[in-house]
Design a protein around this ligand. Structure first.
Ligand code: HEM
Length: 212
């Protein structure tokens, strides 16, 4: 981690000592994250328009379907880009997200307080706290199911019978619903703990509770 010190010569103030910032995300990670967010919202909005008859006017002329596919290409290519550009960081993210020990179980016991904004008595965590691990693991799993079912619908619709097609549609829709619930929690904790600047500047305060 690169350590960055803000105002190195500034005297200690009433507000506290000078703020030490450490780099948490490299620019490529930030760009990939934010393009991922844009493509996710494109998929969600156009997906809802394709799904609900009252919103079908938004899908007129197949525009929603085309935008949905463009969003899908970006959404699928991003993790591939992450893996190609930063294989170590990408594999570490997946490995950490699926590794739970005693500290994580202890952290989950404090989840109700954490949910309401209290970090008191939280057990020490690694780079990711247990809640982040859970979010990232669920996102990873549902990313795979939504992608696979989407690709099957895109390229293999003709080969599926009506029952096969409805099974694939159910997997696709449930995965997107799950991703949306995960995203709502993710955004809630981002703002509850004022963590947005971490993914905007790539840096976080050295003594900040680790993440959202
Ligand atoms: C407006 C929506 C979003 C906001 C404001 C947001 C904000 C953030 C922030 C602040 C972080 C850094 C957390 C920290 O380290 O303390 C982060 C990380 C992350 N977010 Fe989001 N996020 C959004 C949407 C999404 C969506 C839709 C997904 C996935 C479908 C997602 C997946 C992730 C992942 C996997 C990380 C960890 C990245 C890494 O370690 O490389 N985010 N997000």
């Amino acid at each position: 981690m690169t350590s960055v010190t803000l105002a190195p010569t500034a005297p200690e103030t009433a507000a506290g000592p000078e703020t030490h910032l450490v780099r948490r995300y490299v620019p490529a990670q930030q760009v990939i994250h934010w393009i991922g967010v844009i493509s996710f919202f494109l998929l969600l909005l156009t997906g809802v328009a394709l799904l609900f008859p009252p919103l079908s006017f938004l899908a007129k002329g197949g525009t929603s379907g085309v935008i949905h596919r463009i969003g899908a290409i970006a959404f699928i290519l991003l993790p591939a880009l992450y893996l190609l550009r930063m294989p170590r960081k990408a594999l570490e993210l997946v490995r950490e997200s699926f590794t739970y020990g005693r500290e994580e179980l202890a952290w989950f016991k404090h989840m109700p307080g954490y949910f309401l904004g209290s970090t008191r008595n939280l057990p020490p965590q690694g780079r990711l706290n247990a809640g982040q691990k859970l979010h990232h693991a669920a996102t990873f799993l549902m990313f795979n199911t939504v992608t696979l079912s989407g690709l099957i619908m895109w390229f293999g619709k003709g080969q599926l019978g009506p029952e096969g097609l409805s099974a694939v549609v159910i997997v696709h829709d449930i995965s997107m619903l799950g991703l949306s619930v995960a995203m709502i929690g993710h955004v809630y904790f981002t703002f509850l703990y004022g963590a947005l600047s971490g993914m905007v500047t790539g840096k976080v305060s050295e003594d900040a509770p680790n993440g959202t």
